[in-house]
Design a protein around this ligand. Structure first.
Ligand code: URA
Length: 243
């Protein structure tokens, strides 16, 4: 995050004042005076303003309905349409949790809370990811069974999933992994083409009435509930496994 953004998100001042204060030499990072507003800082850095430590004020959680045609990445400067551009300037420091491919629509969380992002996206916490899928042809009972047990993608089996047929070519699938283009590739491994794909639920979060491109902040109780339901500590947790 840029130093100017960090300072304004700490609640110490507005974004405009942050620029002025940095240029006036009132801000230091790890004990060193920094005059460059775009100086990169991360969560481990100690940022001080007039000699007093400041830190990010709060975690922010956004639930957004990604429209088709918009990319999830925040890094590609040249991407024509990015989800982050759907948020107001003061929320553009947030990071998307996982990704949806360009032609997929639906629920995506953006946050600055690294721990919750980890729990939502790491398969060992087993957060349900529910997708509404429209296929080019009806799914046979035999193929449904194969998909539910797991299919091989790039030499590795997918974990068991659940599929509920909704109508002729429409169904709902619940998976726990987030491999690249997983749902599309699962169906195409058995000769189906995914015509429409929309994520409608992740853990206890549902898309609800949000139209494509719309977003809302999560309520504190929704965040609390996510933490409660995603509390399994996996052996592979990079922080806790260091003992
Ligand atoms: N599976 C896909 O194929 N695409 C997505 O965007 C998400 C899951």
């Amino acid at each position: 995050m840029r130093l100017q953004v960090y300072l304004s998100h700490s609640g110490a001042c507005s974004r405009r004042n942050a620029l002025e204060y940095i240029q006036a030499g009132r801000v230091s990072v790890n004990g060193k005076k920094i005059l460059e507003p775009s100086f990169p800082v991360n969560l481990q850095d100690v940022v001080s303003f007039d000699g007093r430590r400041v830190s990010l004020k709060e975690n922010i959680y956004v639930l957004l309905n990604k429209p088709k045609g918009v990319v999830t990445t925040t890094k590609d400067r040249h991407a024509p349409s990015k989800i982050i551009d759907l948020l107001p300037l003061e929320l553009r420091h947030l990071h998307p949790v996982g990704r949806l491919d360009r032609q997929t629509s639906g629920l995506i969380v953006l946050t600055n809370d690294g721990e919750l992002a980890f729990r939502l996206s790491h398969p060992s916490f087993e957060a349900d990811k529910v997708y509404r899928v429209v296929l080019n042809k009806p799914l046979s009972a035999e193929d449904k069974d194969k998909l539910e047990k797991g299919v091989v993608l790039e030499g590795k089996m997918t974990s068991p999933c659940r599929i509920k047929i909704s109508s002729f070519v429409e169904l709902e699938t619940i998976i726990h992994e987030g491999r690249k283009r997983q749902v599309r590739r699962m169906f195409s491994s058995l000769g189906y083409h995914v015509v429409e794909l929309c994520r409608t639920r992740q853990g206890s979060l549902v898309l609800g009435d949000l139209k494509p491109g719309e977003w809302r902040l999560l309520k504190p109780e929704e965040v609390q509930r996510l933490y409660q339901e995603l509390k399994h500590v996996p052996k592979t947790h990079p922080i806790r496994s260091q003992g």
